[in-house]
Design a protein around this ligand. Structure first.
Ligand SMILES: CC(=O)SCCNC(=O)CCNC(=O)[C@H](O)C(C)(C)COP(=O)(O)OP(=O)(O)OC[C@H]1O[C@@H](n2cnc3c(N)ncnc32)[C@H](O)[C@@H]1OP(=O)(O)O
Ligand SMILES: O=C([O-])CC(=O)C(=O)O
Length: 370
């Protein structure tokens, strides 16, 4: 038995949800470029869960169901109020999402209908948790969403407490479409491993949130922003990046396990970052990002991934840095739950082997003799 470090190149499941073939990303066979240009996040959620794009009635039905479940149990709001005001926001989300199971009588009902309803509840409540905690830590009361509005609109509305601009809602919606699913990425894999023991959907998404949090995965969007803040201004980019490259340090937001010739989502986020910067009359972060890309791609051949331009995009939307990865979770909740439902449909416990590289043939000695 020989291990493959990081399971690189190992095909660990079959799935009909999303694919990456020759650098082209599709959700259920639809090219991500078309979805990013023409579909809303709610249409994409429907596509991921039901395997087809919704007609108008089906979309209205899904939106109504999400609207019905968007509010949090009061105990969850009370719990959020108990958390430290400076808590890690992904730890907050992981804990609150896990706690939702305590207030769902059907948490352990394993029927498909019950699991689909739980997916709807999780998708509806995740933005509410993030917006509520963000307000609570600022000493403000959480606010209720506006009935009939989209997830993107309501997240921005609940976060900021005022009607968001149409351009901000469009950008948020597109970002949610772009992050929704990505084949067997680490967090999706961990959700599938968890539910393959026939554990419940809340356990599956709690594992996934914990996995997304890491800076080699979803946490990279915040790490990119830390880097941009450290650099400070356009004229400091070359020195900062060159030193990192010389020291063989990682540049966050670059590289990918699967894409070696570029992440098809990055160009959309790059354009959004530029457009939002132009609208604000401040292209500094965009220009800095472009220069970083020139240096890193020019010298290392590494391309920006989905996390790189999302950092400047979210900053242009005036979103606090520590909500970037939670926003990724709002979007990926749709993909995680689609994969969990798919796993349940054709389940087998996921239990690979390890190549043992420790000592062999040890002679046991009593504790007094050690
Ligand atoms: C949503 C997402 O999860 S997208 C990914 C977000 N993560 C990041 O942006 C963090 C920065 N990037 C990375 O750490 C990696 O590229 C990962 C985790 C995304 C992929 O990791 P792997 O597939 O294991 O890539 P791997 O480590 O084999 O990289 C190949 C080579 O490129 C180098 N490399 C990879 N990424 C980077 C980077 N961002 N900066 C500098 N060098 C890098 C590696 O050090 C390695 O060099 P070596 O062959 O001299 O040892
Ligand atoms: O697929 C991966 O390894 C990481 C990624 O880009 C994602 O989850 O969107």
């Amino acid at each position: 038995m020989t291990a493959t470090k990081g399971l690189e190149g190992i095909v660990a499941a079959t799935s009909s949800i999303s694919s990456i073939i020759d650098g082209v990303l599709t959700y259920r066979g639809y090219n991500i470029d078309d979805l990013a240009s023409f579909a809303t996040f709610e249409e994409v959620i429907y596509l991921l869960w039901y395997g087809k794009l919704p007609n108008e009635n089906e979309l209205a039905g899904l939106k109504a169901q999400i609207g019905e479940h968007v509010e949090l149990p009061s105990s969850i709001i009370d719990t959020l109020k108990l958390f430290p005001k400076d808590a890690n926001t992904m730890a907050v989300l992981r804990t609150a999402v896990s706690a939702l199971a305590l207030y769902d009588d059907a948490a352990n009902d394993m029927s498909h209908e019950a699991n689909l309803l739980k997916a709807i509840k999780l998708q509806a409540k995740t933005p509410t948790i993030i917006a509520a905690y963000s307000r609570i830590r600022e000493g403000l009361e959480p606010i209720a969403p506006v009935a009939g509005q989209s997830i993107a609109y309501n997240f921005l509305y609940m976060l900021k407490g005022k009607e968001p601009q149409a351009s901000a809602v469009d950008a948020m919606d597109k970002a949610l479409v772009l992050h929704a699913d990505h084949e067997l990425n680490a967090s999706t894999f961990s959700s599938r491993v968890t539910v393959a023991t026939l554990s419940d959907i809340y356990s599956g998404v709690t594992s996934a949130i914990g996995t997304l949090k890491g800076p080699l995965h979803g946490g990279a969007n915040e790490a990119v922003m830390v880097m941009l803040e450290e650099i400070g201004s356009y004229d400091q980019v070359d020195d900062y990046i060159q030193e990192k490259l010389n020291n063989k340090e990682k540049i966050m937001g670059f590289g990918h396990r699967v894409y070696k010739n570029g992440d098809p989502r990055a160009k959309h986020l790059m354009k959004m970052s530029e457009e939002l910067g132009k609208a604000k009359g401040n292209l500094e972060l965009y220009n800095m990002s472009v220069r970083i890309e020139e240096l890193v791609t020019g010298q290392k051949g590494l391309q920006p991934n989905v996390d790189f331009y999302s950092a400047s995009t979210y900053t242009m939307l005036e979103i606090p840095r520590d909500l970037f990865t939670p926003i990724f979770a709002i979007s990926r909740m749709s993909g995680w739950t689609a994969h969990i439902l798919e796993q349940y449909e054709n389940n087998r416990i996921i239990r690979p082997r390890a190549e043992y590289v420790g000592p062999a043939g040890q002679i046991f000695t009593s504790i007094q003799e050690r």
